[in-house]
Structure formats: structure tokens, C-alpha cells
Design a protein around this ligand. Sequence first.
Ligand code: AMP
Length: 562
Amino acid sequence: MDAERLQFHEMGLDDRLLKAVADLGWSQPTLIQEKAIPLALEGKDLLARARTGSGKTAAYAVPVIQRILASKQSVREQDVRALILVPTKELGQQVQTMIRQLTAYCSRDVRVADITGKADLSAQRPILMEKPDVVVGTPSRVLAHLNAQNLALHSSLETLVVDEADLLFSFGFEADLKNLLCHLPKIYQSFLMSATLTEDVQALKELLLHNPVILKLQGSQLPDSSQLQQYSIKCEEEDKFLLVYTLLKLRLVQGKTLVFVGAVERCYRLKLFLEQFGIPACVLNSELPIQSRCHIITQFNQGFYDYIIATDEQSLADPTAAPQATAGKGKKKKKGTERGGRTKDKEYGVSRGVDFQNVANVINFDFPTAVESYIHRVGRTARADNPGTALSFISHTELGLLSEVEEALTGDNADSVLKPYEFKMEEIEGFRYRCRDAMRSVTKQAVREARLKEIKQELLNSEKLKTYFEDNPRDLQLLRHDKDLHPAVVKPHLRNVPDYLVPETLRGALNPLSNRRRKKRKEKPKPDGVVKSKFKNIQGKNPLKSFRYSGVRNRKGKAGHS
Ligand code: AMP
């Protein structure tokens, strides 16, 4: 525990809140909580640059609850006192859960309603008629209720929170948000939380906040190297496949892993490729129904799957704005279309709004096209106090992007943040033939078919999920999303790794022949809060690598590799 850090019990919080915090096992506030909670309790408006995983939700939820508890001592009337605006349904659910946890000992005094769901307005009306103390919703949903007079805020509202404000804009909620403000009283306290301070967010700050305190806490926006280890390795297209195959097959990467690729089509290419080797992975993309996506993440959190392949919402929400160097330089982003012109899903938030738990590793199979995406992706690991590792594969075309990220993250430090991942590619040369064999089977046609097949499958799943599983929640576990899609020819021999292919240095240390999939099913889900393992990267332990990082400043894409 950091003795110099202000503790929760020193903040003048209600005992019921302190008890709930203790039950959550939070020994001390996170940095943002330490700064934001006292300022908020003083009545200040806040603009906080805070990434998911920094404890930002509680940073505003604690003062919101404290304020409600305080007002209830004098005013008995039940009314909506706080409005929390979020960009996605997933985040809405998370916020509601967090508030429920924090109000475990005062749930009668502080009631919360999440209205981000897809239910009809009329179905949600009775909930709002009871005037819950805290309402959580997307701007569009809240505005619709205000217009339908299911909700009135002009006299009662005390606090407004806009969470993930930058995403609200990129998801096209801008107009609704502005219209909604007309329904609010003249005076209320506001908190604006955003991972990045874009021009849009700055404009919103002018509109919403009065003499705000601006908190830009983490210089790098990511935990430091004692908690999060970041590596990069130069490899071209074929080597990317070769490397990911060997890392996963030889279990050099252990623990729950998110693999990010640049486009939906590549999710399926990689899934089919790994399928050839009997490595199961789930694909998470905006084309899948919301129920499926939530179910996949829930099961991932429960330890059902080790690997999820995803694109980040940047490439989905806004392909044209991708290179972050250009974002924020006055270019208005094109909104509302996905790569290929499909309408994007407003409530999609794979690498942002959705809460993946205990992610041990993030692999950037394709390097993100924006600094912001890098931070969001990598921020999925090393959350709260857990350690994490990020490994980025860099092709020559991605070197420029790597330099941008390096520059943004390095700040004033002399050392580069992404260390070279000193993996001896020549040691896995023996696997190249198999890799090529598998790559050949994954044709364009196969990828297209797999993509369609999975969507059809998941639509069916989604219906099942909605109806059947509502009545039989236990059976929910039975439905899996990492089944083989098989539109590529599967060569059974590729599933096993013959002994002679395993680098001599690794023989004995690993058992790559073991059929993990069968074993895995019997495994109990890992408990939350425990990161079992990460890259085996401790010098001397993994004979494939040496990790002799020279400490030389390593910028502008000059990441060395052996
Ligand atoms: P957030 O940034 O709000 O998405 O929170 C990220 C995770 O950190 C959540 O799982 C929280 O439960 C957890 N968390 C929040 N505050 C603390 C704290 N003070 N100590 C430990 N974990 C925390």
C-alpha cells in the first residue's frame, strides 16, 4: 500500500460506502480516484483523461453516491438526481454493476437504473416512473425518454456524468447529447471522462463544465513497465502467422490473450489458420449479434476461452480517421460506416466499452493504425493491480506507426517503452513448411464462407440465448463460440507437433503434443482477479529468447530483433 496516497477512509465518505469498498477488496484508491473524489466532493466540475482500467468508474460513482446519500438526509422526496451518459450498452451494464456493488449497504437509499438495453421505451417507462436516483443510458435513449415524458430532469438533477466522451462522439451521439442538455436544470455538477481529449471533447467541456479542474493523470496513459511489459518484433506477413502459431502451439504465450487484427476478414483468416493446428479461438466483431458478443466476453472472463481475435472499434467506427496522427488535426471524421461501407453498430465497443477481465496478454498481430487504438488495446491488460504483457508484430509497412506510438508513449523518458522481443525466429524455421501449408488452405473463399457461416450460427445462437437461456440460465455455459468453422480443408496431421520440430532448447520444457483442447474443457474456470501467467519472458527461463535489452533509446521503428 502506498502510504503517501490519500486513503478511502480519509475522504469523509459515508460508512456504508466504505464498507462496500472494503468488500470489493480495494485496499486503496487508484490514482484517478485519489485525485477526483475529493475534488468532486468539494463540488468541482471535473474533466478527467482516464482510460478504462484506471478505476475511472468509481472515481465518479463514489462522489455521485456520496452526494445522494447526503441529500437524502435533508430531502426525502424521491427523484432522479444523477444522470450517467455512456456510449455503449456494455459500458452501461458495467456502470450499473459498479454502482450496485458500491451501494450494497444503501441500496434502498440509492437506486440505479440502466436503460441502455434494447427494450421498448414503454417497457422501460415503469422503471423511470419510480424515479431511480441514478439513471444510466446512452444519449439517444435518455433523450427519447425525455421527449416521451417518461423522465424529467429539469428540477431534480444534481450531477451529470459523461463517460467515454470521445467514444460518444465517434458513435454519432453528438446531436442527441446537445439536445439532451436543453432538458437539464441551470445548475448541476458535471464530470466528463474521456480516454483522449479530442477537439470534440474540448468543445463539450466548454458547453458543460464551469471552471473545471482538469486531471490528466497518467503521462503515458498506460501502466509503467513494472506492471505492463510492452514488446515489439519485426516480422512480415508470413512470419506473423508463423510466429503466432508457434507462440500459441508451444504455449510460449500463456493465459488469456486478446489478438488484435486490422480487419474483420483477417479475424477469420487467423481463426481458420489456427483451426488447422487445433488451436481454438473466438472471433469478436461488430457483425455478431450483441447477445453473442456479450456472451463471448462473459465466457472469456469465466475462463472458457483462452484466445479472442478482435478488431478494434476504431477501424470499425471510423476507417477514414485511422491514422491518429491526422486525428485531432482539424479533419472531421466520417461517421457511421464500417470498412466496406456497412453501417456500424452504435453499441459496439470491443476494445473499449466491454470489460474483459484478467487479460494476461495483448498481441497486436496487426499494429493499430492510431496511437489511441494502441492505448485502448493494450489497456485491456494490466488492469487494476494485475500484471500484463503486450506484444506487437511489426511489418515494414507498420514501422511508421510504431514510431508514432513510441513517440507518444515515451514522452520525456530516455528509454523506449516497447522493448525488442528477442525471439530467435531461425529456431522455428522448421515450422515454416506447416505454416505455409495451413496458409494455403485458408483461401479467400474459405474466409468469406467462414465469416458468413459464423454470422448465421451466431444469429441462431443469439435467438436461443434470448429465449431459451432466459429460462435456463445454467445452460448458458453449454453454448460455445470457439467451435471450428472448417470452411478450409483441415489436414489432421497439422494438429500435432512432432518432436523433431520443437527447438532443442524447448524439448522437455514443454509438452506441445498434449491435446490442450480436450484438457481445457475439463479445467475449472480460472478465478477472477488472478492472472495465471503471461509470456514466458524471464531471462534464462525461456531458452528461445535472451531479452538482453541494451537500454539504447529505441525509437523511430528501430526495434532490434535477433
Ligand atoms: P474502470 O477503470 O472503472 O473500468 O475499472 C477497472 C477495474 O478496476 C474494475 O474491475 C474495478 O472493479 C477495479 N477497481 C476500481 N477501483 C479499484 C481500486 N481502488 N482498487 C482495486 N481495483 C479497483
